[in-house]
Design a binder for this molecule. Structure first.
Ligand code: EPZ
Length: 416
């Protein structure tokens, strides 16, 4: 098991590039299933989740190659329609092949994802939408089987704005017969990026980025040749890294227009942020101020930044309330931060963070992707040495984070 060791207390200085967005890459790789031929996607981050999606597509008979930041996919022949449990349980985003496989092949067999560290994360809304489009759904031995000769356009209302649910239905609707309207759709930039990728394949989609998306199905689509957006969560993580270490960092190759809520809350905390379209120059203050946040669907404060923001509040001067409204169990980083001396009390969906004392380095354990990022941030700010175990969680969403932090002066190493 690899570990990351950090000697904290260094003010980060310098420039750091942001990679492509994991949560745009995953649905757009799945979208290649919709059209037989040779597809190519650029600005793909080199992450464990991308490799896992590549393995899944390969098992479907798709030729998958990743060279640097570009993946190529040969989707001429799909020889299987099954996403097996061993892959699905390591990455829930495997569910994103459900819609495209059903639309292209007329059937799909997907292992039920099972729970994950941050919550039950059911896919009932994905299934409800496909069922409304005419799919026959059967559930047996932990697998969902969906079948439809040809999907029909339908009006679908989500009682929760599910990100991958919106993406699955959008992909299925792109080849359906007729018009599909998704109401209470997710508005995340990654949903918009998928819509743009589908439109580049010949799909007819309006309203992506709003709560109502209209898709007019086509008989066929072209293969895609597309470049994905930067990762707003990785970018936000680096903004916090500069803020929590009182550093001065320029974060480049990002899309600051996707980060309004994060920029607003970090500015309220006293972090100086000079915003350009594709870069942020960040200066951490000597005194951080406490700020309350509530996570909500985009354009609100993203749940994927909640743990990182909590690390910042743990060293701010005062008390802040952090309310997690999206997932029922996304406070696993709290117990680990307490080991570093953080004063945090959790009651239901709200954590009360009493900042003001310096954090102390300690051995801690990563529990899920974004929690592990928050422990890196806490380690950068803490006095002494922090050892983070189970860093495979970190590698799911951050491209060798220590290689990006070292040039900024961080004393961080990865050991076996
Ligand atoms: C996406 O997950 C992201 N993953 C998550 O990022 C992100 O945290 C989440 O959206 C929220 O923004 C990808 O895009 C691959 P949801 P997703 O469906 O689509 C409930 C990361 O760190 N729900 O929007 O699975 C669900 O339980 C990951 O990169 C249902 O009840 O999230 C949750 O409480 C973690 N039934 C809420 O909706 C359903 O059918 C939002 O979930 C679907 C969802």
């Amino acid at each position: 098991m690899e570990k990351i060791i950090i000697d904290g207390g260094v003010k980060l200085k310098g420039e750091v590039p942001v990679s492509g967005a994991k949560n745009a890459a995953l649905p757009i790789m799945a979208a290649s299933i919709l059209s037989p031929g040779q597809s190519s996607i650029a600005n793909i981050p080199q992450l464990r989740d991308i490799t896992t999606m590549g393995d899944l597509l390969t098992r479907l008979g798709i030729g998958f190659q990743a060279e640097g930041g570009r993946v190529s996919l040969n989707t001429e022949n799909i020889s299987s329609v099954e996403a097996q449990y061993d892959l699905v349980r390591t990455m829930r985003a495997s569910v994103l092949v459900l819609g495209p496989l059903l639309a292209r092949m007329g059937e799909a067999i997907i292992s039920l994802p099972g729970g994950c560290a941050i919550g039950a994360r059911p896919i009932n809304l994905h299934v409800m939408g496909l069922n409304k489009m005419g799919a026959e759904i059967t559930l047996s031995e932990g697998y969902i089987k969906v079948r439809a000769k040809r999907l029909k356009g339908a009006n679908i209302y989500f009682d929760i704005p599910t990100v991958t649910g919106t993406e699955n239905i959008m992909m299925a609707a792109a080849l359906a017969d007729g018009v599909t309207v998704i109401e209470n759709a997710a508005c995340e930039p990654e949903v918009v990026d998928l819509a743009d990728a589908l439109i580049s394949m010949g799909a007819e989609i309006q309203g992506a980025g709003t709560n109502v998306i209209k898709i007019k199905g086509k008989d066929s689509l072209r293969p895609l040749d597309y470049k994905i957006i930067p990762d707003r969560i990785e970018a936000g993580t680096f903004v916090v890294a500069a803020g929590i270490t009182r550093g001065e960092v320029r974060i480049k190759d990002c899309n600051s227009g996707h980060m309004d809520a994060v920029i607003d809350k970090l500015s309220q905390a006293g972090v100086k942020i000079d915003q350009e379209k594709d870069a942020l120059t960040v200066k951490g203050p000597d005194m951080l101020k406490p700020v309350d946040i509530r996570t909500t669907p985009y354009p609100g404060f993203p749940t994927d930044m909640q743990a990182q923001f909590m690390a910042l509040m743990a060293v701010s001067h005062g008390t802040s309330l952090i309310t997690e409204n999206i997932f029922e169990n996304r406070f696993m980083h709290v117990a680990e931060m307490r080991r570093m001396g953080a004063d945090i009390k959790v009651e239901g969906a709200t954590a009360t963070v009493r900042g003001g004392k310096a954090l102390k380095g300690a051995p801690v354990m990563a529990t899920d992707l974004r929690a592990s990022a928050s422990l890196v941030l806490a380690g950068l700010a803490a006095e002494g040495t922090t050892v983070i175990d189970r860093v495979y969680h970190l590698d799911r969403g951050y491209q060798r984070i220590e290689e990006k932090l070292k040039p900024l002066g961080a004393k961080i190493t990865r050991v076996k």
